[in-house]
Design a protein around this ligand. Structure first.
Ligand SMILES: [Zn+2]
Length: 176
């Protein structure tokens, strides 16, 4: 008796997991997986972090180091990426593989949080210099904070739109 109960519990969630992927255009299920290597490097990733890192290093030693670290993390996430797509054998429609896309969205989410983190540190630095009556440094860090807040906002906005697209595709391309 306990054996059969355990087996049932094991098989049930598995059934839920297996979702059939179908073409969102024609509903066809004859799909082939294809991987594309995205070689275009976003200039905002590499160029941005290195200039900001240098600026941070000029203004403050430890803060600059922190900026550099966060920047390099961002750079690697934007480098060459492999994107997995499904290609429909019936109509030729190509659409993103959801698991792969989800991983990418998570990386973008981390990059956004890194930008927010830098802006918070820059703001704290700005406040510190302001209190110490070194307003020139305070202004520099304030500008840095504003740049990163704007960047984080842009990343958040993009991520929000992409998540909407993701959910739309998830709804259209999966069958329970
Ligand atoms: Zn199709």
């Amino acid at each position: 008796m306990p054996d059969s109960v355990a087996k049932k519990q094991e098989s049930e969630p598995q059934d839920y997991k297996i979702k059939t992927v179908k073409c969102p255009k024609c509903g066809g299920k004859r799909l082939q997986i294809t991987t594309e290597t995205d070689t275009h490097v976003k200039t905002s990733g590499g160029g941005y972090s290195s200039t900001k890192g240098c600026l941070g290093w000029l203004v403050l030693g430890p803060f600059g180091l922190l900026c550099g670290n966060c920047g390099s993390k961002q750079k690697t996430s934007v480098d060459t990426t492999n994107k997995t797509y499904w290609v429909c054998s019936d109509c030729g429609n190509k659409f993103r593989n959801l698991e792969d896309w989800k991983n990418e969205l998570e990386k973008e989410d981390t990059a956004m949080k890194a930008s927010l983190c830098i802006s918070v540190f820059a703001l704290l630095g700005a406040a510190f210099f302001w209190v110490s009556h070194i307003s020139f440094m305070g202004k520099l860090l304030l500008i840095l904070a504003i740049v990163y807040v704007l960047m984080a906002f842009a990343q958040w906005n993009l991520l929000r739109k992409e998540k909407e697209e993701y959910q739309k595709l998830e709804h259209e391309s999966t069958e329970a």
